[in-house]
Design a protein around this ligand. Structure first.
Ligand code: MEV
Length: 313
């Protein structure tokens, strides 16, 4: 039996911008997806998906999930016409748009295959296989999600638009940062939303250029502020990043509403995270007590799911 796991992630800064080579900051969270591979006597594979998930999520992603698994098998030269196995997906990561669920499962599956078939892959190669798998979910993944999922921790990430290896740096923080994550319960298709942004960018390149300039200033400030543990500034920049995402039209009323509630209840800053048009939002809390207060307020507002986590120290 082969086993493997991949972490969920939140994008602190830079979803969508990262697709076009701008830097992003993401943090791995403690919740993860696990994969268990068991050989069977027949040929082919069976995927049993027992991950906890937002209603509708698995159905929405079913075809993409199948495409993704087949890309990973091909990438790793595993021929299922000559053997058979079952992959069971489990874990405590609740699948929803924006939490890196697809990347976490790609990483978990690549690790389970590596374990069972003794492929001798290191983390870099696991990350590469998961990146290929992410292409099943949407054609042009930036690689940010699989990188955060493979390595965990806080990651500064830049995609190489000419197809080379991405640049990424693992950042160390002296202070713990407290986060609340809340779900709208709406599942969005990354492929559709990324495609929409691309169409808008192509229709109006000057508009996108202007927003990108503002984002560039913001993300460098965010990196420095995170390293200095300046929570107040990081929060302000998250608010600004949310506004830019609203301009890209990837936020929605449900996300804006949860963001507003988090700010009213003491968040240093709050924004949507990931694909948008549904999925999840995050709020940075100045301390643990405020984190709990924000979480309670979001629960009272009937968010579809609320979780607390921390990153950094
Ligand atoms: C999705 O979690 C993040 C996006 O930036 C797409 C990507 O990075 O591939 C929207």
């Amino acid at each position: 039996m082969g086993t493997g796991s991949g972490k969920g992630k939140v994008i602190l800064f830079g979803e969508h911008f990262v697709v076009y080579g701008l830097p992003a900051l993401a943090a791995g969270i403690s919740s993860e997806t696990t994969a268990r591979l068991t050989r069977v006597r027949s040929f082919g594979y069976t995927l049993v998906d027992n991950r906890p998930a937002m209603p509708g999520y698995k159905k929405e992603k079913y075809e993409e999930q199948k495409a993704s698994l087949e890309i990973i098998l091909k990438h790793l030269n595993i021929d299922t016409t000559k053997m058979g196995f079952q992959i069971d997906l489990e874990g405590n990561l609740v699948c929803a748009s924006g939490i890196g669920a697809s990347a976490a499962s790609c990483v978990a599956i690549a690790r389970a295959l590596n374990d069972e078939f003794k492929l001798g892959l290191d983390d870099e190669q696991i990350n590469e296989a998961a990146y290929e798998g992410e292409k099943g979910y949407h054609g042009t993944p930036s690689g940010l999600d699989n990188t955060a999922s493979t390595y965990g921790g806080l990651v500064w990430f830049e995609r190489d638009l000419s197809g080379g290896a991405p640049k990424f740096e693992r950042l160390k923080l002296d202070t713990a940062m407290y986060l609340v994550i809340a779900a709208t319960g709406i599942t969005a298709s990354t492929k559709v939303v990324v495609g929409d942004v691309r169409a808008k960018k192509e229709a109006n390149p000057e508009w996108f250029e202007q927003i990108s300039k503002e984002y560039m200033r913001l993300v460098h400030d965010a990196k420095e502020s995170l390293i200095k543990s300046d929570i107040e500034r990081v929060g302000e920049l998250m608010d600004e990043n949310h506004e830019l995402l609203q301009q890209l039209t990837v936020s929605c009323t449900e996300l804006d509403n949860l963001v507003k509630i988090a700010r009213e209840n003491g968040a240093a800053g709050s924004k949507m995270t990931g694909t948008g048009r549904g999925g999840n939002m995050i709020a940075l809390a100045p301390d643990e007590m405020t984190m709990k207060k924000i979480a309670k307020a979001l629960e009272n507002a009937k968010a579809a799911g609320v979780w607390t986590t921390s990153f950094g120290k």
